[in-house]
Design a protein around this ligand. Sequence first.
Ligand code: FAD
Length: 273
Amino acid sequence: MLPGTVPEALDMLASDGAAIPIAGGTDLLVHWPVRVDAHDRTYMDISRLDSLKPLRWTADVLTLGGLTTYWDVIQDERAKQEFPLLVHAARQVGAIQIQARGTWAGNIVNASPAADGVPVLMAYDAVVVLESRRGREEVPLDRFYSGYKEMQRRPDQLVVAIRIPRRRYSYQVFEKVGARRAQAIAKVGLAITHSGAGWRVVAASVAPTIRRCPAVERLLETGTPIASPEGLLPAIAQDVAPIDDIRSSAHYRTRVMARLLYHDLRDVWRKLG
Ligand SMILES: Cc1cc2nc3c(=O)[nH]c(=O)nc-3n(C[C@H](O)[C@H](O)[C@H](O)COP(=O)(O)OP(=O)(O)OC[C@H]3O[C@@H](n4cnc5c(N)ncnc54)[C@H](O)[C@@H]3O)c2cc1C
């Protein structure tokens, strides 16, 4: 299927409940050789939906389109100034070829616990805008996932936009720990922001989904002094559930997360101590 407009695409999704949108194809096609069971599904190439490509600024919001790529954000001067973590994370996704094809919406719907785009979007309180023939729905990204690869999106819905409120940030950092600097899947990822809306601490690769860390956020909000990385372990244990897998062990992931949180925020913890 090759729709030329969003309404056409929504009609196609409504009429074939098993149709799968393809944006950049950088996740879907990687699994193609082994997903033989999925070969006879209907695929809908959404790359001609030009209205979903641009990112747009208004007084209060940056809106990424359903087809905005990492490269679009890397090239945007205002994004560099106002949302540096978006650019920082985008530059760490694969290499330039992937950054040019891969979309933020694809990163969200692929729902990898190790994704790089999702943590920074979540730390900026992004909202996922979904559209179907039944209407429009908006879901805050930090409530979008309900389990491993499970999310608040019906098969007839297209992600048409990702809305990010514009705020003044007094603190922002993105960390990705992998086996090497480029072309690596995160063993641990962290995105941390502070604004008038409070602290946001978002962790990747340490749970079945990317998620916020409410216990760590509470330590920051309540001004609890922390004297060492080990002092963070009880809060981390409440927030995440890392596993041993081919890339790392649960023990390593937990320790690295504690060290990153302690050292990134050491000036904050010192002031509290
Ligand atoms: C070599 C290589 C390196 C990579 N490195 C990284 C990395 O470092 N970090 C990282 O996070 N990812 C990485 N990826 C994964 C991938 O590039 C990203 O997740 C990318 O953002 C996916 O976007 P896409 O447009 O290609 O998605 P697609 O592959 O087209 O789609 C992915 C999923 O999203 C769905 N989808 C796409 N768009 C929409 C929409 N608008 N509405 C509803 N559903 C939609 C599709 O149906 C599919 O389920 C890498 C991939 C490759 C091949």
